[in-house]
Structure formats: C-alpha cells, structure tokens
Design a protein. Structure first.
Length: 376
C-alpha cells in the first residue's frame, strides 16, 4: 500500500541581511504586502508553506498569508488562506522557522504559485533570498487577497520564505541542488526559469530537483550565507523526501573572500570540505554528486585573485575527477570552458561578467549531470 508523504516541492536558500560581504541589500517591511512568484519543481495533491525569521532580531508578525495559482504577472486564481495551527496570523520568534497547516491546492511540477504575505508591523531587515532569478511584488497595506497588485514595486528577491512542501502518493526521488550562484541562477534571464536546475528538471522523466543554491555561498567559510558545511543539515540532509544531493562549490571559496580581506581557500581545505559533505550524505543514506569548479579568469569584478587561484582550482578538479567519495561527478568545468583559454568561460556561455553562465551555459551545465547516476 502506498502512503501519502510530504516532500519538498520548492526551495529557496536564505541569508542574513546583516552580513559583511553583500551582493544585495535586504529591506524592511511595515504595513506592506509582498507577493512572491514560486516555480514548483514538483507537484502534489496539497501544499504547505515554510516561512522563516531565521536571521531576524525580533519576533516577526505576519497578519495574513495566501497562496494561489498564478494567472499572469501578479494576478492570482484559486486563492487559498494559509493557516498555522488553525490561525490566520502568526508570530515567528527570532531565529525560528515555521510550517503551515496543509492547504488543499493541487499543484503540478512547472506551475507558478503566488505566495502573499501581509506584514502589518515593522519587521527589521528581512531574512531573504538575495539573487533568486525571480521577482516579488510589493505594495502598501493588506492586499494579500487582492486578485492583482496594481502599481506594485517589483524586486528581484524573496523574503521570509524557504519553501513549499507537496503531498504525494508513494515516494518520488528528489534531489537538492546545494551550492552557489551557478545553481541559484545568476546570469540567466530573470523570471524565465532557465537556471541550470530548471533545465535539469526538464531532462528528468521521474522525480525532481529543488534549488537551495545561494549566490556567493562558500563551502569552507561563512558569507555569503552560512557556509555550505554549516547549512548542509538544514538545507540538504533534512529536506523532506531527499534521496540525492548535487553540490557545486569552489569559485567563491577561491575569490570572494577578497571582498572581506580574507585569504583564498587552499586545495586541502576544499578537498576536506567536499569529503566531509560526502561522508555526511552517505551516513544519512543519501547519494551525493559533485560538480567540478568552473572557470572564472574573465571575471570583471575588481580586486579578485583570479590568476593566482587557478592552480588550486585545477588541483581540486583533478581530485574530483579521480575520487570515489561521490556517487558521480558532473564535469561542469570541461563543459563550459573555452577550449583555447580553459580558465575562461566560453564566450557563447558567458553572461557578460566572466564568472556566471548565461541561459545557454546553464543548459550546458545541466547536460553534464548523469541521469543514470542520479536517482539510481
């Protein structure tokens, strides 16, 4: 007999708005409604919403939560009230996460849901997803149940939300894409769902991949976001229904620390970090798959140690290609590197900044994942 099970249908990685190293600024809310666009990786017969005040400094009061199918833009259809232990309002303690009651709203993979939060009181800087490749609509007042948010401000972020769970029959295989901007989708077309994870989902004939990439995230150090090693439990191992984990780290470990006056990670530190994730995944009975570190020598942002970190990148990639600590390796580096200048992204895959992939590059990245190893 098959049983109904809650599994992850959508995820988004969140960060602390008060971090020192910033790629985007969060914002505060007060007597405002924010409506998020959430593209579902997987579907089910019902949904439940995950909200967060993980990095808040004070309790977060939410006056209304609504979830609906998306008609067009900010316009909704089949709107549902979201409750928490039967209440239409909730206060989330500083540092806490909450899960809603079940909501009868069948949803399909590839469908957009619109999640509206009314925030009646000053929130302080919001726990947020800073570069998710999608917009949110913000308006004054309580307009959570409005059919359309006319005159809304559009911002390319998400606030106070970490995911949507779906109720399924049986147990579909589910992977978590856990890593940095090459998963989150920086460089791909905004609101077009052309991230590498989206393209990978389009390749699958069963199961799906939820996206917990955080732009700027490092495996071995804090900021941007909690380090990959630190957030691995909450954002990968504990994701409901997870069977496989895809990891993509390294570029930020090698160059982003310069923004905070920090040294680049060594090959030994990265290898130890990768091995630690593999050991923890195996101990949890999960499969884990790792990407090689892509090229970034053409990075246009000043002050980054581009040339001097290439030997470390090469050493870690050679270890990744030879190691047996992972269930599979997907060689993103070789797929997107310029054959004539292998430390640079191919021109036709470059988003324009020399370190992020455009839509075609993201598709090439997605194509490197071995589907016979994933969900095997």
């Amino acid at each position: 007999m098959q049983h109904n099970t809650w599994v992850a249908g959508f995820r988004t990685g969140v960060i602390d708005p008060s971090e020192q190293i910033k790629l985007a600024e969060s914002r505060e809310f007060g007597d405002e409604t924010v409506r998020h666009v959430l593209r579902m990786a997987g579907g089910g017969d019902a949904v439940r919403v995950r909200l967060t005040n993980r990095y808040g400094r004070a309790p977060l009061r939410i006056g209304a939560v609504r979830v609906a199918r998306r008609k067009t833009d900010s316009a909704i259809t089949e709107d549902r009230e979201v409750t928490f232990d039967g209440s239409a309002t909730i206060t989330i303690a500083a540092g806490a996460d909450v899960v809603s009651d079940a909501i009868e709203l069948p949803v399909a993979a590839g469908e957009d849901l619109l999640l509206s939060l009314y925030l009646p009181e000053p929130t302080g800087l919001a726990t947020f997803s800073h570069q998710p490749g999608e917009i949110a609509y913000i308006v004054a007042g309580d307009r959570a149940s409005d059919v359309e948010l006319t005159g809304a401000q559009e911002v390319p972020m998400r606030f106070f939300v970490t995911g949507i769970d779906v109720l399924v029959t049986g147990q579909p295989p589910i992977a978590v894409a856990f890593g940095d901007s090459w998963f989150e989708g920086v460089g791909t077309t905004l609101s077009a769902n052309r991230r590498s994870v989206d393209v990978l989902n389009a390749r699958l004939t069963r199961g799906w991949v939820v996206n917990n990439g955080i732009a700027g995230n490092r495996l071995t150090a804090e900021e941007v976001g909690e380090s990959g090693s630190r957030r691995f439990d909450s954002d990968a191992l504990q994701v409901p229904g997870v069977t496989d984990i895809l990891i993509n780290f390294g570029i930020n470990d090698l160059i982003l620390g310069a923004m905070g006056g920090q040294p680049a990670a060594t090959a030994e530190e990265l290898i130890a970090g990768f091995t630690g994730l593999a050991d923890r995944a195996r101990a949890a009975g999960l499969r884990i798959h790792a990407a090689t570190i892509g090229p970034y020598a053409g990075c246009v942002y000043p002050g980054m140690p581009l040339a001097e970190t290439q030997p470390t990148r090469h050493a870690v990639n050679e270890w990744l290609r030879a190691t047996d600590v992972f269930d599979s390796i997907f060689d993103v580096d070789r797929a997107v590197a310029d054959p004539d200048r292998p430390d640079y992204i191919r021109t036709d895959f470059d988003s324009g900044d020399g370190m992020h992939l455009n839509d075609a590059g993201a598709a090439a990245m997605a194509a490197t994942v071995d589907l016979t190893a994933l969900f095997h």
